[in-house]
Ligand binder design. Structure first.
Ligand SMILES: Nc1ncnc2c1ncn2[C@@H]1O[C@H](COP(=O)(O)OP(=O)(O)OP(=O)(O)O)[C@@H](O)[C@H]1O
Ligand SMILES: [Mg+2]
Length: 358
């Protein structure tokens, strides 16, 4: 009988691929702490590039298979994660502990950016990532309401602003600094200044992902803002109808001009499924987001159906992914979060050389 030992386990695991990154998990330096007991029980740790990894089950299944085939009596896998940095160098200066900055943007207003940003942040946090959410909509901040978070941030010992926390997500919004009901009027340059301050002067600590909810449009204010924010990638939100798609073209052009990589597009408010009869009605038309993605060579992140639980949850501070019996819209947003996290891992892997195990 060929005895299983650590070296042989490592050899076997060299045949297990990380499908997203296209290499095996040993070469990617993801395998840690292998132990083999006398009676053939194998234990090891896999360090993922994101706790929100959509391929976790597949990797585990394949690892178990090859090890059992090699004679392991029992296989036990422990998971950890180390999110690598895909943010540009500029981000490291402003927000040193933040590894990835993801912006949620659209051309047209009211298509669900804030909803997507809030659910994305909470879903990533539910998966175990360290997440922050910056409400960059300075004139119409909605994040505090959507997450049910209010209060006034206090200063940290080193005189920075402490973000508030909800659903495990660190949140900052201009809303925390103005009396309720008061209109907020800013001109372009001030908006950029406020955003920079939110990046620089907030005690974000170590974050795997900082999600930024951008205001709608491509106005001067929006432009200043996008330049002020060191983005590692943008997720565009559209609804299926033509006016929304027309506007998202402008948003795409703006990000291209600013050299911000657009990761993909999600179509929100796709078919409404009647809770009574189950019939799907495509209120805003169909397939616009997917078509747009194809035409512009972007990834299509899928559709989020219109669901009353999303709107109700947004109004009372319980985002869909945090609701019990959340339904298909929440599922779609959870999938979106994992896909975005996976793509960030790929970007980080591309921007950093892979260390190989000695
Ligand atoms: N999939 C959905 N199903 C049901 N309601 C939704 C869905 N997505 C968003 N909504 C609702 O639509 C409204 C607008 O959404 P949201 O505020 O997220 O859009 P926005 O793009 O951030 O708007 P703005 O451009 O004003 O910042 C909210 O009341 C929200 O609850
Ligand atoms: Mg919004």
């Amino acid at each position: 009988m060929n005895e299983l030992n650590e070296a042989r386990v490592l050899d076997q695991l060299r045949t297990v691929q990380e499908p997203e990154l296209g290499r095996d998990i040993v070469t990617l330096n993801m395998v840690r702490d292998i132990s083999v007991s006398d009676d053939g029980a194998v234990a090891f740790t896999i360090e993922l590039t994101t706790p929100a990894c959509p391929l976790k089950d597949e990797i585990e299944r394949n690892a178990r298979e090859v090890l059992r085939a090699a004679g392991a009596r029992e296989v036990s896998v422990t998971w950890t994660s180390n999110v690598r940095r895909a943010a540009p160098a500029q981000a490291q200066q402003l927000v040193p502990g933040v590894r990835n900055v993801v912006a949620v943007a659209s051309g047209k207003g009211g298509v669900g950016k804030s909803t997507v940003a809030a659910n994305l942040a909470v879903a990533l946090s539910q998966d175990g990532a360290r997440v922050g959410l910056l409400d960059a909509d300075i004139t119409g901040p909605n994040i505090p309401l959507m997450l049910g978070v209010e209060g006034q941030p206090v200063a940290s010992p080193n005189n920075k602003i402490m973000p508030l926390e909800r659903y495990g997500v660190k949140v900052i919004s201009i809303q925390f600094f103005v009396p309720e009901g008061q209109p907020i009027v800013w001109r372009g340059p001030l908006v950029g200044g406020a955003i920079q301050q939110f990046l620089r002067d907030v005690e974000w600590g170590e974050l795997d992902y900082l999600v930024i909810d951008l205001p709608p449009g491509t106005s001067d204010a929006q432009l200043t803002l996008a330049q002020a924010v060191p983005l590692s990638g943008a997720v565009l939100v559209t609804t299926p109808q033509e006016v929304s798609l027309l506007d998202v073209t402008k948003a795409l052009a703006m990000f291209e001009r600013l050299s911000v990589p657009v990761m993909g597009i999600v179509e929100n408010m796709t078919a409404f499924v009647c809770p009574h009869c189950g019939e799907a009605t495509e209120i805003f038309g169909r397939g616009g987001g997917e078509r747009f993605a194809r035409e512009h060579d972007l990834e299509y992140f899928g559709g989020i159906p219109l669901d009353i639980r999303v709107r109700q949850g947004g109004d009372v501070g319980v985002p869909a992914v945090a609701q019990r019996d959340a339904g298909p819209a929440a599922d779609a947003m959870r999938t979106l979060a994992r896909t975005v996290a996976a793509r960030m891992s790929v970007r980080a892997a591309r921007s950093a050389p892979v260390l190989s195990v000695s």
